[in-house]
Design a protein around this ligand. Sequence first.
Ligand SMILES: Cc1cc2nc3c(=O)[nH]c(=O)nc-3n(C[C@H](O)[C@H](O)[C@H](O)COP(=O)(O)O)c2cc1C
Length: 380
Amino acid sequence: MSLKIREISLPSPVVIAPMAGVSTRAFRTIARQFGAGLVCNEMVSDKALYYDSTRTRRMLKSDENDHPVSFQIFGHDKDTILNAARILDEETDCDIIDFNMGCPVNKVIKAKAGSYLMKDIDYAYDLVKDLVASVKKPVTVKMRLGFDADHINCVEMAQAMEKAGVSAITLHARTRAQMYEGKADWSWIKKVKDAVSIPVIGNGDVTSVEDMVRMMDETGCDGVMIGRGIVGNPFLIQECVDYFTGEHHTFELEQRFAACKLHAKLLCEDLDERVALSQMRGLASWYLKGLPKSHEYKDRLSKIRTYDELVTILDEYQKLIEDYQASHPDKGKANPAVSEKAETSQAESAPVPAQITTQTETAENIAEDSAPADVKEEVH
Ligand SMILES: Cc1cc2nc3c(=O)[nH]c(=O)nc-3n(C[C@H](O)[C@H](O)[C@H](O)COP(=O)(O)O)c2cc1C
């Protein structure tokens, strides 16, 4: 099973979702270590790039190992979108330019960007056609089913996007009105796949290898995008990739702790330690998901201020688990890859985990904070 986006052959059809506040270079590096076929950057604002925001420019940092990578922009106005696309095309190392037509957060909707664009196929077509024509790199779009249940138009939108020249479509199988709630309706992924000839990447609620296989079987999609399911659990990426290669990797518990430490270390390379660790506060406890007696340690991780503090807490916790396992050999080993049904159900009942909800707000913050005052007016 291979996925090709224009001339770019991806090493696997397992695609890692763009997640504002999560999909940093650090996160992407870890995802790649576990075999991700394509890793997406968090979305950046066209207006912020127009005003040359330092913070937004920093979000476009990548390195020689960070390939293939897709950088995503969001916006409404053609001039600033084309300018942002030119910057991604000429001044960054990204391989693919993705256009966001799925973000549901209020501030983005008020700026008539993200999933607001699902409201007007003609406008989106005209915009994306010029976007595609203005850059050399392949352009993809990420969209939702429609704005709400009464206006599901993803099939028509996908056909318009194909005509506009995009090289692939990702469909998050929810409406804007659903935000991240309810169940993703994969039947629309099949309808979109049947309606276009370009690759379709299915997205929404994949939290195990079984989910991935079921989505591919039910919809015929060419790739599967995973978001929340791999936060704190990059081992799931390798399990999914192993499904295609026939390999079988096993993971030791210490690798989970090592991945968390590496995540923090890489963030510290790109950001001031204080800022990096404030990002890790929301993410670190996800690496302890499903492990026994983790409550106190998650609590402590939510207050960390330095990298050394993070390491101390994780080392203490790792020792606690190892001691516990040594004295309770009958309980078996804690599984570092969290894809058991118990965890899956937990993820389903809380589609946007509490810690990540905070991060979701960063999608709004990006629109708000990375733009100068006059732009802030516009995104409110
Ligand atoms: C914290 C967070 C941030 C997100 N940021 C973005 C983003 O920047 N761009 C985007 O297209 N989608 C974004 N999404 C949506 C995801 O890419 C994905 O479509 C959604 O989470 C559904 O996939 P999942 O069920 O595998 O998590 C975000 C989701 C979360 C939870």
